[in-house]
Design a protein around this ligand. Structure first.
Ligand code: MG
Length: 446
């Protein structure tokens, strides 16, 4: 019997949308009615082991079809690749996708095409971790430092972080890793919750959810701000009264302001002791963030969920523009680019508090923070992962929160896989939920 090289045989894509806008879950000053969505893909192989790679980009509704089309544009780069090689070295695929000389025009390394690359690369890492029979955080934490460095694209960041420095950070980061793994498995990784603070919620609902969050063990909550100042003053006062002085309250403007306005508005909320102001202005405005940071100190400045790549993060760090770096598992070019971003943050000594929520972002990003704790920064001090309590039920291995902490995933993979039923129900527009919804709308308007 001749040994056959197992290859990637198919890239299946799905446009999955959840009707979250109907409950005002996820409402903020810039995004009043999101339908949380996933441009989702499945990598299939002929290895005969039944393992698949799952990945997705997160969007908030309209345009999810555009995101799916971008993933499909990458198909020819992936189908036919030998599975062993691909999983041993996802960095090569990452570079090939970024380097497609025609698709590159659509970025470069930003926007829809780059998010598509991130979804595909993350699906490969899901497959690699499943084949290694390890959760992704552990695969990375046990990875040889030289191999991890080989997974990072240093182009455009080597002026701030060289491969030699990265290797040194990773080698030093391993000391004490076994004890930290034990601590992680025992205690989990600290979380904070955004669930009380959506803009569309009443004060009563805010108070109730804020108190529940504290009772559940969270030591930080977050409030959306930026639509109406008097409203924000009232909501911040309500939240502070609900949680008391010892719980951190972060505020999040979702890019609503100009620079001067960001400073004034944040100062007007200073009496409620906000811990950080998140996305005060455009994610592309590095010098603007630096000015806001100067203007609102000692309130911290945080951003990252819309930062498009490692190059912008590099500049935010070089300019001293942020106190907190909020990487996102599905915004940039996947695990490989997030390794670069974690290394940059470690070099500059800036804590990483990832963005999560959406569809499956909590499931993904916990792996990156846990790797960072075990094998890179070595600490959870002033570090928390965002947690939002919706849509987890659609995932095969959903996030588990215990006493305000993310429990370390133990199942092999990247926790990215959704249930077949969820995909069938919420595929747009022909899944059972949307087909029935369309039928009802037609009946009403007829
Ligand atoms: Mg945010």
């Amino acid at each position: 019997m001749s040994a056959k090289t197992a290859r990637i045989t198919a890239v299946e894509t799905y446009d999955i949308r959840f009707p979250t806008s109907r409950e005002l879950d996820g409402s903020d000053a810039m995004n009043p009615d999101p339908d949380y969505s996933a441009a989702y893909l499945v990598l299939r192989t002929d290895a005969g082991d039944g393992l698949e790679g799952h990945g997705f980009a997160f969007t908030i509704g309209r345009g999810n079809d555009v995101q799916v089309a971008a993933i499909e544009a990458l198909r020819e780069h992936i189908v036919g690749r030998p599975v062993d090689q691909l999983c041993a070295d996802p960095g090569t695929l990452n570079r090939d996708l970024i380097g497609d000389s025609q698709l590159r025009w659509l970025g470069p390394e930003k926007g829809v095409m780059h998010m598509a690359i991130g979804a595909v690369v993350n699906a490969v890492w899901d497959l690699a971790a499943k084949r290694a029979r390890k959760p992704l955080w552990q695969l990375l934490a046990e990875g040889d430092p030289a191999w991890l460095v080989s997974q990072v694209d240093f182009r455009y960041i080597a002026d701030a972080l060289t491969p030699e420095e990265a290797l040194d950070l990773l080698r030093r980061g391993r000391a004490g890793g076994e004890e930290r793994t034990a601590a992680l498995l025992e205690r989990g990784y600290p979380a904070y919750t955004t669930s009380p603070g959506w803009l569309g919620y009443s004060d009563d609902k805010l108070t109730r959810l804020a108190r529940e969050a504290v009772a559940e063990g969270f030591t930080q909550i977050k409030l959306k701000v930026g639509a109406d100042l008097q409203d924000d003053i009232r909501r911040c006062r309500t939240a502070r009264a609900a949680v008391g002085p010892d719980i951190r309250i972060a505020i999040d403007a979702n890019q609503r302001w100009n620079v001067d306005e960001a400073v004034e508005w944040t100062r007007a909320l200073a009496e409620f002791d906000p811990y950080w102001i998140e996305e005060p202005t455009s994610p592309d405005d590095i010098l603007g963030h630096a000015a806001v940071r100067k203007g609102v100190a000692p309130i911290k400045v945080a951003t990252g969920e819309h930062v498009q790549n490692r190059i912008i993060f590099k500049q935010l760090l070089q300019a001293g523009a942020i106190d907190v770096l909020q990487l996102d598992a599905a915004r940039v070019g996947g695990v490989n680019e997030n390794l670069a971003i974690l290394l940059l943050a470690a070099k500059f000594g800036v804590p990483v508090c990832p963005h999560a929520g959406g569809v499956g972002l909590c499931e993904l990003v916990q792996h990156l923070s846990m790797f960072d704790y075990v094998a890179l920064s070595g600490t959870t001090e002033n570090r928390v992962i965002e947690f939002v309590d919706h849509l987890h039920e659609h995932f095969v291995t959903p996030t588990v929160i215990q006493d305000g902490h993310y429990a370390a995933p133990t199942a092999p993979g990247f926790s990215a896989q959704m249930h077949h039923d969820s995909i069938a129900t919420y595929s747009y527009p022909h899944g059972t939920f949307w087909a029935a919804d369309t039928a009802t709308t037609k009946a009403v308007t007829a």
